[in-house]
Design a protein around this ligand. Structure first.
Ligand code: DX5
Ligand code: ZN
Length: 234
């Protein structure tokens, strides 16, 4: 990474702000053979953070990468890493992923028996804590944990794969999560993940209240990352 890029990203803060949203390309759809170049091109295109999907073949029917690859990614980028843990028993790996450089660690309510303990541990280890819910899990399941959460992640596909179709009902859940956050923890970010494409879906998700928009296949399949970022920012 060049010095210029590091300086440019230095003040990039992912904080809730009226009228502002953040683009988080999901590396799941990047070309892993050329990962270094993909990271650089994504930064240069003006993305705000990297979304890193961790899958274990148990909670979701797919496997991806572990902490050592996260560590390698961290060593060449100054953008924040948003690590989405789609794994059973995430407590076992919090230290490893945060040690590897995760800035945000998001766990699923469906995988955490003692969710409050898990969230507290993420923060104690120095990362920001996100809590994700699957398409079939209601926003009401966040009612108690919202006070301690830095980010809520509304899944708009069933987790496991990139390139799936956006589930429209997620829009209503974004609105509900936004209301819940406004009422109980106004600083909490709302993130949406799955099937986000530039155009109508992107606009509707932002209008519903999404602060962070994950884009995997639409981003890395676009061919021109910079013009994609420009088009969604309009
Ligand atoms: C799905 C992952 C997503 C995925 C999104 O399980 O959590 O982050 O990479 O990819 P797209 O944008 O292609 O749906
Ligand atoms: Zn994800």
């Amino acid at each position: 990474m060049g010095k210029g890029m590091e300086d440019k990203n230095k003040d990039k803060k992912i904080e809730k702000a009226e009228g502002k949203f953040y683009i988080a390309p999901s590396l799941l759809s990047a070309d892993f053979l050329r990962l270094g170049q993909e990271l650089r091109a994504t930064e240069e295109a003006g993305a705000d953070m990297f979304h890193v999907d961790i899958m274990d073949g148990h909670f979701v029917p797919n496997m991806t990468i572990g902490p050592s690859v996260v560590n390698a990614i961290k060593s060449v980028t100054s953008l924040p890493l948003d690590v989405h843990l789609m794994i059973e028993d995430p407590d076992r790996y919090l230290e490893d992923f945060i040690g590897a450089g995760a800035d945000f660690v998001t766990v699923h309510v469906e995988t955490c028996v003692h969710l409050h303990r898990t969230v507290s541990q993420i923060k104690k280890l120095g990362a920001r804590a996100g809590v994700a819910i699957n398409p079939a899990t209601p926003v009401s399941s966040l009612q108690s944990i919202i006070y301690d959460t830095d980010m809520v992640l509304i899944m708009s596909v069933n987790p496991g794969f990139g390139g799936q179709t956006f589930i429209p009902h997620a829009l209503e859940k974004i609105t509900q999560a936004k209301r819940l956050a406004e009422e109980k923890n106004p600083g909490a970010l709302i993130e949406v993940d799955g099937g986000i494409k530039p155009g109508e879906i992107f606009g509707e998700a932002v209008r519903a209240g999404a602060d962070v928009l994950v884009m995997g296949s639409a981003f890395y399949g676009s061919g021109d990352y910079a013009s994609l970022v420009r088009s969604v920012r309009k």
